[in-house]
Design a protein around this ligand. Structure first.
Ligand code: NAD
Length: 264
């Protein structure tokens, strides 16, 4: 199926590894031009080098936990051309008991996971509406609707993204622009591997043991009963970014491996 993405220009935040990189690669496989981003020049360069084998890709080194970093991405995008697709993917996660989450922790989580998307969408949304076509996708989580009590600062940001996406979609009435969020399953990414590598020793477990044990513990309700792959998430995101998904707007799309046991 031709998804109709040829030559569309997409910004994918936090895309030097994990889900973001898989989304960038999948968009490029459909002929889109992509701007990738990360904080580190070496990993951004490596990503650009690897992805350039399949098409046009640009790299922007910018810390999206800051307003200046978001502006750097907007400035770079303005030089390349009108942005058709924005995938607000960047985000980080950590386990912390509620009592230990400081004000600074709450604000840092909000700054990266929510404000990066707010700032970039604010910079690109009006152009999409004026051109009567665009796609904004927020990479949220199963935790948007099923907060883990040991990661409440993270879960809060993932719920905020769903609210943002739905609220922004209200301004697209009658246009060719859509705004959606994706409730992502537990997915085996480099970030998750690092994350489990940090908490594993506290529980006397290796990363491999943590990987398997997850589905006897917090992941028990998963119908998939394994970690999703970044490519499996990217497949759904790329569809949402395509002209073929015109009728999906304001939605919180679940690609959650069935872990959220609810009808809607
Ligand atoms: P990851 O840690 O593997 O990759 C994160 C990417 O963001 C990397 O490219 C990193 O360089 C970049 N990044 C981090 N901080 C940055 C900053 N301040 N500025 C710019 N770039 C920065 O993460 P992942 O597991 O692929 O997760 C991606 C998104 O998917 C996140 O929003 C996460 O909340 C969401 N998600 C992940 C899972 C999962 O199980 N992996 C589940 C649900 C939702």
């Amino acid at each position: 199926m031709d998804l109709g993405l040829k030559d569309k220009l997409a910004v994918v935040t936090g895309s030097t590894q994990g889900i973001g990189r898989a989304i960038a690669a999948a968009l490029m496989a459909e002929g889109a031009r992509v701007i990738v981003n990360g904080r580190n020049a070496r990993t951004v360069d490596e990503t650009v080098r690897a992805l350039s084998a399949t098409g046009e890709v640009h790299g922007v080194v910018a810390d999206l936990a800051t307003a200046a970093g978001a502006q750097q991405v907007l400035d770079a995008a303005a030089e390349i051309g009108p942005v058709d697709i924005l995938v607000n993917n960047v985000g980080y996660f950590e386990v912390k008991p509620f009592a230990d989450i400081s004000d600074a922790d709450w604000l840092a989580m909000f700054e990266l996971n929510v404000m990066s998307g707010v700032r970039l969408t604010r910079g690109l949304f009006d152009g999409m509406l004026a051109r009567d076509w665009g796609r904004v996708v927020f990479i949220a989580s199963e935790q948007s609707v099923k907060p883990n009590p040991d990661m409440l600062h993270y879960a809060m940001t993932k719920t905020a993204q769903v609210s943002l996406a739905r609220g922004l979609a209200e301004s697209t009435r009658g246009t060719g622009v859509t705004v959606n969020s994706v409730l992502v399953a537990p997915t085996w990414s480099e970030g998750v591997e690092t994350f489990l590598g940090k908490i594993g020793p506290e529980q006397g477990k290796t990363v491999d043991e943590m990987r398997t044990a997850y589905f006897d513990g917090p992941g028990q309700a998963s119908l998939l009963q394994r970690w999703a792959t970044p490519d499996e998430i990217a497949a759904q995101v790329v569809f949402l970014c395509s002209p073929r998904a015109a009728a999906v707007n304001g939605a919180a799309q679940r690609v959650d491996g069935g872990i959220v046991r609810s009808l809607f």
